[in-house]
Design a protein around this ligand. Structure first.
Ligand code: KIV
Length: 283
């Protein structure tokens, strides 16, 4: 059966009509397929892949080539969800021409439907330039992992009124730039509620409380596949590290004990063919 692909208007109108927008990160074909089957609305090819898939200590070293590689794999597995691919550090904090060229590549080669970039007021002009070039953009304000160092590390943003007002202005600036949605990361729930009320585009929260128009989590966090750092806002819906470790160890033990592969996992051969072979081998 032909599945209807979600569009940007399908997502934006959920702000008024609900239900809340479910978003998850994915980085490859099998998980993207499963998420699509589960009915996840937006699949984010996040640059968090640098940490959870490639083993980097942060997201700054992620390249355009890496984002393209993973975005293509995700796109091959998705029929329904909207695909948003992160613009990596250095791909949009440059000339507008270069930023537009990079955003175009993520759509043309990476199979994305939209791109996401981090930053507020200071990134509004480049976001507007990409939108004007015809590429849908999702903003990302609050804790922005690419610049976490200058924000004092991976910590909640906007707890004091002045910092909160700056984040409020940042979110507005992304709406004014023409973004179709904005991610709010690690900010107090009441601030996220005020921003969500004020904006006419959907807010997608991660560590931003229950009042956003949608939620996003990193799939490795949700599935219990990454334990180097588990933020307070993460709910682990499964413990796949443990289950996987048990399966891997069982395999290793069965190989060592000669229990795998048993007969049901092996191919046979007709008796007469085996006899012929043995004759040929002089047996
Ligand atoms: O890269 C990513 O996974 C993200 C989410 C944390 C929103 O940007």
């Amino acid at each position: 059966m032909q599945v209807k692909k979600l569009t940007i208007p399908d997502i934006t109108q959920r702000k008024l009509h609900g239900p809340p927008i479910s978003t998850l990160t994915a980085y490859d074909y099998p998980w993207a397929r499963l998420m699509d089957q589960a009915g996840i609305d937006v699949i984010l090819v996040g640059d968090s892949l640098g940490m959870v898939v490639l083993g980097y200590s942060g997201t700054v070293s992620v390249t355009m080539d890496e984002m393209l590689h993973h975005s293509k794999a995700v796109a091959r597995g998705v029929e329904r969800a909207l695909i948003v691919t992160d613009m990596p550090f250095g791909s949009y904090n440059c000339s507008h021409a270069e930023a537009i060229a990079n955003a175009n590549r993520l759509l043309k080669e990476g199979g994305a439907d939209a791109v996401k970039l981090e930053g507020g007021t200071e990134m509004a002009k480049v976001a507007a330039a990409i939108v004007a070039a015809g590429v849908p953009v999702q903003g990302h304000v609050g804790l922005t992992p690419q610049t976490a160092g200058s924000l004092g590390g991976f910590r909640v943003q906007g707890r004091e009124s002045r910092a909160a007002k700056k984040l409020y202005d940042d979110a507005l600036a992304m709406e004014d730039a023409g973004c179709f949605s904005v991610v709010l990361e690690a900010i107090p729930a009441p601030l996220a509620a005020h921003i969500t009320k004020r904006l006419s585009i959907p807010t997608i929260g991660i560590g931003a409380g229950p009042h956003c128009d949608g939620q996003v989590l990193v799939m490795h966090d949700l599935l219990g596949l990454y334990d180097r750092f588990i933020p307070k806002f993460v709910k682990q819906y499964a413990q796949l590290s443990q289950i996987s470790l048990e399966a891997l160890t069982a395999y290793k033990n069965e190989v060592e004990q000669g229990l795998f592969p048993a007969e049901e996992y092996s191919f046979g051969m007709k008796e007469e063919e085996l006899d012929k072979l043995l004759k040929e081998l002089g047996g």
